[in-house]
Design a protein around this ligand. Structure first.
Ligand code: GDP
Ligand code: IMO
Ligand code: MG
Length: 428
């Protein structure tokens, strides 16, 4: 099995961290290929909870080499504080490798992310405020700072000076903020250089050599399909390519070497931040599902918006990513619901749409058309075989499987590492 991609099928927080961790002991490399510390991935091992942001979820698997790929944007302060926090808990990050081509989130972009949102008022995106958008904008604008620049002070000085010439104008004249000092920014970035040096590699070359030796590489997405800058609900998206295509550009592994794409999907839907959400439940109903699923952001602590399963979204994700296997998570959260509605299509301006409409203006108007399934009361958290599930739960899963057009290979019945039903081996 050469390279495998793992993505989110909805709006993030599907349980990608747990799914990656599930495979961690059987893969040789786990590569984070997009995003940065806007991500929050939770892994629960023997009751102990870990929240990872910038570090790949494979970091908790002993024999796996975690790599931060070229497609990631790195807040160096966060990188080292996450490493230290893991070490304090007796875990090691000694194998971590970082791409020399990855971009750095400089301090001015964290400030700009926050003030831009504040000025946007009702048009805000609801970003995580981590500087993600401005840093990807700099990358595309060719004024970004890369990890490799930290090893040549003159290059770094030239780049920071050029960037601040522009950014300080924006900060001072548009946002009424104090200009940032080149020397202070340089000193902050350079303070990480020596700690970073042993980790930095030509990660694409490392991965190609690994694949040539028959090693298994898992490419792990942050965010999700509906937050992808091209394929999501633009402009209510993140600024990176969170879909399977992004795994190639964000790691240097070509499409011809990828032979499996796993998508993680929740048994219902959640979303953090602004933007359309057809199946959203408001008021008490939304609160109930939020409480049942403990739906609060791992990164910002914000309450997640909640709603029923949206099959057109999952089917869209199956197509955009070329999904071979789905991991359906949090089925246990639906236990005790008298009935479970499943959105099978949308009504937009009086017309039924089984698939994603052409425009975001239409998607914003989409009203869910539900098929309602009877619920189940049995505790399923100890189920380890599909036959252990109540019939109503199995019927709900089968309906989802038929509608999304790809097999459900793993079903999550609790947050723990072992709380999964494996129907088909994801690496088999
Ligand atoms: P990620 O960003 O996709 O890695 O997901 P998050 O970690 O942000 O959110 C998923 C949450 O669901 C975490 O709190 C996980 O511990 C939890 N989780 C994952 N799978 C399951 C499951 O099958 N059942 C339950 N109850 N919780 C789960
Ligand atoms: P994981 O990897 C859920 C959302 C933010 C906001 C939008 C843009 O844990 O699934 P950004 O800071 O990226 O510019 O914010 O994207 N967002 C996420 N929502 N899970 C995430 O990551 C997210 N990362 C960003 O809430 O709506
Ligand atoms: Mg998350």
């Amino acid at each position: 099995m050469p390279a495998i991609v793992l993505v989110g099928a909805q709006w993030g927080d599907e349980g990608k961290g747990k799914a990656t961790d599930l495979l961690g002991s059987r893969v040789d490399y786990v590569v984070k290929f997009n995003g940065g510390n806007n991500a929050g991935h939770t892994i629960v091992i023997d009751g102990e909870k870990f929240a990872l942001h910038l570090l790949p979820s494979g970091i908790l698997s002993e024999n796996c080499v975690p790599i931060i790929g070229n497609g990631v944007v790195i807040d160096l302060e966060v990188l080292f504080s996450e490493i230290e926090a893991l070490e304090e808990r007796g875990r090691s990050a000694a194998k971590l490798l970082v791409s020399a081509d990855a971009h750095v989130i400089p301090p001015y972009n964290k400030t700009l992310d926050k003030v831009t949102e504040r000025f946007a008022g009702s048009r805000k995106i609801g970003t995580t405020g981590r500087g993600i958008g401005p840093t990807y904008a700099d990358k595309m604008n060719r004024i970004g700072i890369r990890i490799q620049d930290l090893f040549d002070e003159q290059i770094l000085r030239d780049k920071v000076t050029a960037a601040l010439n522009l950014k300080n104008q924006v900060l001072a004249k548009i946002y009424n903020r104090r200009a940032m000092d080149v020397e202070a920014v340089l000193a902050e970035l350079l303070s990480y250089t020596e700690r970073l040096r042993p980790m930095v590699v030509n990660s694409a070359l490392v991965l190609h050599q690994a694949l040539d030796e028959g090693k298994t590489v898992l490419l792990e997405a942050g965010q999700a399909t509906m937050l992808d800058v091209d394929h999501g609900n633009y402009p209510y998206v993140t600024s990176s390519s969170a879909t399977a295509g992004g795994a190639c550009t964000g790691s240097g592994i070509p499409p011809t070497r990828i032979d499996r794409v796993i998508a993680v999907v929740k048994a219902y839907s959640t979303r953090v931040g602004e933007g359309p959400f057809p199946t959203e439940l408001l008021h008490d109903k939304g609160d109930e599902l939020r409480a049942a699923g403990a739906e609060f952001g791992v990164t910002t602590g914000r309450p997640r918006r909640t709603g029923w399963f949206d099959a057109p979204v999952a089917r869209y994700a199956a197509r955009i990513n070329g999904v071979t296997d789905f991991v359906l998570t949090k089925l246990d959260v639906l236990t005790g619901m008298p009935e479970v509605p499943l959105c099978v299509a949308y009504e937009i301006d009086g017309v039924r749409h089984a698939d994603m409409p052409m425009t975001q203006a239409e998607f914003a108007k989409a009203m869910p058309i539900y098929e309602t399934f009877p619920g189940w009361d049995e505790d399923i958290s100890a189920a380890r075989d599909i036959e252990d599930l109540p019939k109503n739960a199995r019927d709900y899963i089968s309906a989802i499987e038929t509608m999304i057009g790809a097999r459900i290979s793993v079903i999550g019945v609790g947050p723990g590492r072992d709380q999964s039903i494996v129907v088909h081996d994801l690496l088999g």
